[in-house]
Design a protein. Structure first.
Length: 197
């Protein structure tokens, strides 16, 4: 029986976007799962969590490009030879300029390279978790669910934005959660509700 991730991959593979359609859905699924497993092991994040985030970010459609109103520092982009962009790319909706800062190929991400996108995205998930873990540790908070929730939130809303929400909520779970942007609260609700698979 197919799980929600297999179903989403099949749907993405059978949906033509901009004239692009996946010719071999099974090979596509195997490539995605192999990359997810590889980077889950490398960065010590459960593969099911990464699948949930890919489903939320792109619905497993690798050619998807989003757009954001995030305030992007143009000098960072130009230093890496990129034209100013406010778009996220690929399965984990990675910002090319942030990926370049972390040592990944921005050009590959813009070209929707599945392996590079997942590698950069999972690296960023781990970095977000680590940074939120430090913020919470300073306040003596060691609850894994609290850390998981706000670590995931920081992938969506940024570590600075989540840290401010925690401060406004006095580092209490419910009040800090309520201080997150509505889009981030919906993001987290979806992540928490989907099966791990």
């Amino acid at each position: 029986m197919a799980n929600i991730y297999d179903t989403a991959i099949l749907k993405a593979a059978n949906t033509s976007r901009n004239g692009v359609r996946i010719k071999n859905p099974e090979a596509y699924k195997n490539l995605i799962y192999a990359c997810i497993n590889k980077y889950a092991d490398k960065y010590h994040i459960q593969s099911g969590v990464i699948k949930k985030m890919v489903l939320q970010e792109s619905g497993f459609w690798y050619k998807i490009a989003g757009s954001s109103v995030k305030n992007v520092h143009v000098n960072i982009q130009n230093r890496h030879g990129l034209a100013p962009t406010y778009r996220e790319y690929g399965l984990l909706q990675v910002y090319p300029h942030y990926a370049a800062e972390d040592g990944f190929s921005a050009k590959k991400i813009i070209a929707y390279d599945i392996d590079e996108n997942l590698h950069a995205g999972v690296f960023h998930i781990r970095d977000s978790f680590n940074r939120i873990l430090k913020v919470l540790a300073k306040k003596g908070i060691k609850n894994w669910f609290f850390t998981f929730t706000f670590g995931i939130a920081s992938y969506n809303a940024g570590v600075t934005g989540v840290t401010k929400a925690l401060e406004r909520g006095n580092y209490k779970y419910q009040s800090s959660f309520a201080e997150l942007p509505a889009v981030t609260r919906r993001y987290l609700t979806n992540i928490h509700s989907w099966e791990i698979g």
